[in-house]
Structures are given as structure tokens and as C-alpha cells.
Design a protein around this ligand. Structure first.
Ligand code: FEO
Length: 420
């Protein structure tokens, strides 16, 4: 067992990059490939301890899904993060000798999927590597010259014997290089980042794991990774609608084989920016005055029959707030003033929201202040820069009393009714 370790150690000196490979074995039992179809296996890696994916809180960990397809020419689709390369190799080795791989399809340059490619080029030096034109450029920029790297065009097909892999370029879902790979003979779409979720689990398929959790994590993934590229998602969905799909095999999390309609329809809603009459009230507070205003705002929405979700930045991670934001029509953001500015937590949240670029929302800035009171105007400016249709800001000095809070609720309830 772990015959691969010494080989990876030997390869460290000759890999194409200076990435440091994690080489300590942490498991003593053999890690197996999981069969998807007779000739097709999941050979990915499970990142049980991942809690931060470039700023996104991944409470359930994640997987990096690589797939092995046995044919006259053996094909590997995507790889895994560099520090889990040994796990992928071990799973491949449970089916075939990794040096017998003749084709590698790289659907995406980001290192969670390409990080073990340099090692694979050493283990299977004659393998042809297929990527989109931008993928070819990006892989070269990441790892230097890669032998046998070929660019494929949209709609191009590669034959491996019985199978014809067809490539559909999906730029900006999630980098310029992305593509998905369709295997018509098995009706499997290897969708890379699209339709993925950050879930580490022993289960691989959507009929083996609670569907509500998979859909929740897919929604969180969309809100935090895919949202800015919704226009490109629409095009990708249109291209996918022409394909017969029996299995969607994403590169993170659970494989879809039973509930394909649910995830495709959710992507349709999210990419169409379908929102509900729901208010998301995000705030931080110093002495609870801004929190009291947040409560008065929630009362106004409830009075109009809209659900209002209150999320303090002291107790909620910004990536969890985005999961709630994705279908909320009203985005209300509050901050007191500290040292002539909004609180840093609010600033951080607004920077994150602006980058993820949700569209067509109504915005509301609010907060309490002592003397300068700059925070509310600053919040308002950023919400405006997001393109939101702004409601009248709410700004109160020191501690709002019961009458002031009642006034906020009544006035805002009227404004909501007027904007319906
Ligand atoms: Fe899972 Fe854009 O990488």
C-alpha cells in the first residue's frame, strides 16, 4: 500500500512547478475508485478538512472529482488539488496502472482541478492533454511548457476507441478557460465547476445523500462562485439543453443521477435572477442602536407580508449571507459610524457583494451615529454602485426610542407598499 508515495517523492525534483507536494500518508487502507458505469470511475479526492475556499466558508469540506474512463485509450478527466494527488493516484491504481493513461482532459485551469496535472505528466509522459484554447494558455502560464498539450475547439470531438468525447466551451463558468466534456455514448456530462457543491462525504451520488443539503450547498456554491457569470450560465444551459443527459458529473461534491431536473431548474432560476418578495437585513452594531433599527425595518417588511431575514455580521459569515441574498429582492445594509467610517465588517461584506454583482434589487442603507454619521452615506454609495434601486436611507442619532422605531416601521411599510 502507498506504493505511490515513493514515486511521488522521486518526482518532486522534476515536476513542472515549484509547488510543494504533500507526501505524508494519512490513511493506511486502500482507497478505491467508485464505479459510475461499467467503464467509468470516480477517482477524485475528499478534502474533509477544507473550511476556506478563497474566502468562502466550506463547513462541509469538499471533494475534487476526477474521472477515469476505460477505453482503447484510457482517459483521465481533470485531476485534484496538489496535496491530494496521492489519494487520486491510489484510486486510479485500484483499477489500472496510472502510467497507462493516454488522454487527460483538463476542463479547467484553476488549481483545485489542475494541481496534480504536473505529476500526471511525469507518470504518463506520452498522454495527450486536451484543454480549451484559453485552458492551454492558462495551464502554460501556471506550470510552464507542458508536453503534448492540445487545444480543442467548441464542438470538437476526440475518439478514444468506443467513446467520442465532445467539448463545449463555457468561458467564465468560472474562469475564461472553462469547458465541459460530454460523453454521448454514456450520456454523461462532466460539468466541472457547474452544478458542483462543496460537500465532503463518503457518498458519491444524489440518491445516497440528503437532497435538501445537496441543493442548499449547490445554492451556496452558485451564490458565492457562479453568480457573476449568470449570463454565461444561461448560454451553457442552452447548449446543455440540446444534449441527452443521464448523469451530471461535476468536479466538486455529489454526482447527479436522480435529481438532474432539480439542479438544472435551480440553475435556470438563479441565472435568471429570480427573486422573491423577501428582505435580507444585514448589519453590524456597536451599542445595539443599529440593531434596533434593523428590527424596526424587519417589522415593516413583516407588516407588508414579506419574510425578513436578519443577519448580523458578528455571527454570520459573508458567504452564508450570500446564500440568503440570492433570491432576496430587498437588500438592507446597516452600520454605525466608527472613526468617520462604516464598520470594517460592513465594508468587507459590501466589497464581497459588489464583486458577486447581484442584479435588479432594491437597496436600503441604515444606521445610528453619534456625531459624524458618515457610515450611512458610505453604505448607500456602494449599494448604488451595485446598481440597486435605492429606498430612502434611515439614519438616527444615538439610541432610537420606541417612537422613533415605530416611525421607521410605519414610513418604510408605506414606501414598500408604494414600490410594489
Ligand atoms: Fe473548482 Fe474554478 O475551480
Amino acid at each position: 500500500m502507498y506504493g505511490g508515495i515513493s514515486r511521488v517523492v522521486a518526482l518532486r525534483r522534476s515536476v513542472l512547478t515549484d509547488v510543494i507536494y504533500h507526501i505524508e500518508p494519512i490513511r493506511n487502507i486502500s482507497m478505491k475508485a467508485i464505479k459510475i458505469r461499467d467503464n467509468i470511475y470516480w477517482v477524485g479526492a475528499i478534502d474533509w478538512d477544507l473550511r476556506n475556499f478563497h474566502g468562502y466558508l466550506t463547513q462541509r469540506g469538499s471533494t475534487y472529482n476526477a474521472y477515469l474512463v476505460l477505453d482503447k485509450k484510457i482517459t483521465l478527466i481533470d485531476t485534484v488539488k496538489h496535496y491530494l494527488c496521492d489519494e487520486m493516484l491510489e484510486r486510479i491504481r485500484s483499477v489500472i496502472d496510472p502510467s497507462s493513461i493516454e488522454c487527460i482532459i483538463s476542463n479547467h485551469v484553476e488549481m483545485d482541478h489542475s494541481g496534480s496535472l504536473p505529476v500526471m505528466t511525469q507518470i504518463a509522459p506520452k498522454a495527450l492533454i486536451y484543454a480549451s484554447p484559453n485552458g492551454m494558455k492558462g495551464l502554460t502560464e501556471h506550470y510552464g511548457i507542458i508536453p503534448n498539450l492540445k487545444a480543442v475547439q467548441n464542438g470538437e470531438t476526440v475518439n478514444t476507441g468506443s467513446y467520442n468525447f465532445t467539448f463545449v466551451l463555457t468561458p467564465m463558468v468560472h474562469w475564461p478557460d472553462n469547458m465541459v466534456t460530454y460523453l454521448p455514448e454514456e450520456q454523461i456530462l462532466f460539468s466541472n465547476d457547474a452544478f458542483g457543491q462543496h460537500i465532503a462525504s463518503a457518498e458519491r451520488f444524489d440518491d445516497e445523500y440528503p437532497l435538501d443539503i445537496i441543493l442548499f450547498e449547490a445554492r451556496k456554491y452558485y451564490a458565492n462562485i457562479v453568480l457573476p457569470y449568470s449570463e454565461q450560465v444561461k448560454k451553457a444551459l442552452a447548449a446543455a439543453s440540446a444534449l441527452k443527459i443521464d448523469i451530471i458529473a461535476p468536479s466538486h461534491g455529489i454526482i447527479w443521477r436522480k435529481n438532474i431536473g432539480s439542479i438544472v431548474s435551480s440553475y435556470g432560476d438563479w441565472s435568471a435572477n429570480k427573486t422573491e418578495d423577501k428582505a435580507l437585513i444585514v448589519y453590524d452594531t456597536m451599542w445595539n442602536s443599529t440593531k434596533k433599527i434593523a428590527g424596526a425595518i424587519a417589522d415593516a417588511f413583516e407588516e407588508r407580508g414579506y419574510p425578513a431575514v436578519m443577519m448580523s455580521l458578528q455571527t454570520n459569515h459573508i458567504s452564508d449571507i450570500m446564500t440568503e441574498l440570492i433570491d432576496a429582492r430587498y437588500i438592507c445594509v446597516g452600520s454605525p459610524t466608527l472613526n468617520n467610517n462604516m464598520l470594517p465588517t460592513v465594508s468587507s461584506f459590501l466589497t464581497y457583494v459588489k464583486g458577486l454583482a447581484p442584479k435588479k434589487r432594491r437597496g436600503l442603507a441604515f444606521g445610528s451615529y453619534g456625531w459624524g454619521g458618515q457610515s450611512v452615506g458610505q453604505v448607500e454609495e456602494i449599494l448604488k454602485a451595485c446598481g440597486f434601486d435605492m429606498m430612502e436611507s434611515i439614519k438616527l442619532k444615538y439610541i432610537p426610542d420606541g417612537t422613533a422605531l415605530k416611525n421607521i416601521t410605519e414610513k418604510l411599510a408605506d414606501e414598500i407598499a408604494g414600490g410594489q
